[in-house]
Design a protein around this ligand. Sequence first.
Ligand SMILES: Nc1nc2c(ncn2[C@@H]2O[C@H](COP(=O)(O)OP(=O)(O)OP(=O)(O)O)[C@@H](O)[C@H]2O)c(=O)[nH]1
Ligand SMILES: [Mg+2]
Length: 318
Amino acid sequence: KILEKQGQQMKLEIKLLLCGKESSGKSTLFRQIMNLYDNHNDCTAYSKIIQTQLRQNFVPMMQFLSRVKADIVDEALPLFERFSKLKTQEELEYFFIIDNYEQLTSLAASASQFINTHSLQSVIPWNAIYQFQEAPRILQPTYEATFEDVLNSKISLKQTAFKVFKQQNRFLRFIMPSENNIWLKYYQDSQAIVYVVNLDLFDQKKDEINLLIEQMREFDEFINKTEFKDCEVILILNKVDRLEIKLTVTQFSTCILDYKGNNSFEDVSAFIQMKFQRLNKYRKRNIHTIFCNALSQQTVGGVYKNIVEVVLQSEMKS
Ligand SMILES: Nc1nc2c(ncn2[C@@H]2O[C@H](COP(=O)(O)OP(=O)(O)OP(=O)(O)O)[C@@H](O)[C@H]2O)c(=O)[nH]1
Ligand SMILES: [Mg+2]
């Protein structure tokens, strides 16, 4: 009977692949969806990890601030000389949580303020800024991570690669393909690909290649595999909040050389959307584009509804 039930569920199941470059926001998106539709919440388990991330960010943050000649660093130098001499995990913990709590939290506050007043939000990773702003809370010995903290930190999902959501008598199964492709056989009969792109990378390069262009190339290569020719493709252009902030200080056309338009968010985002859409090699299926800020619960709620609509409609067609 159980087997029969499982068999029926398999037939009612819709497989979605959740893909995209590392740090594009797959886990964040997934966490939000779980929180909205599955009441899933495991935040306090991450308290220690988040504290450790913040401690580890202190030194690079100070090095960065000293490069941009922030005077708050001078005051902090004696503190960091002592810090660099620490060796064991206990020493570190003691240093951060008990010994220098007052000094470190006031330093974090000055650093956050400096970042804001000098419009440096676009050059520092978002999770570092967030944790610095929240330092007085995070550095407390009794700190318990909130959902907000987990979303805004860089924490991978471990065991959730096969999460199923029930939707109008159907089951949506989200699958995150692993890098070494051992699941390739399993995910070949997927109905949809949810592909997450990190817009925050448009002004960055690796080996002389712009990282937005690089994501277009990877997207092209992935979605145009023959085994996916009948798959719906849902393209999530994520981190729009970062794109918007960066466009206030960076000219898009200096990063993407074939862009000839103005620097408004509307024109730039329309251009990016058009570039990705054009990569579709199979006319029979569509690329559905959704702009997203995965940190916003409301936005992700809309994105999820959109995804459900696309897959259920494509089911009716076939
Ligand atoms: N500002 C901003 N940050 C985001 C957004 N989505 C995700 N992030 C942040 O980006 C970082 C990476 O997000 P993850 O969800 O861990 O990325 P991932 O795709 O799962 O990365 P891997 O597991 O390494 O493949 C985290 O620090 C998130 O807080 C967004 O829309 N806006
Ligand atoms: Mg992840």
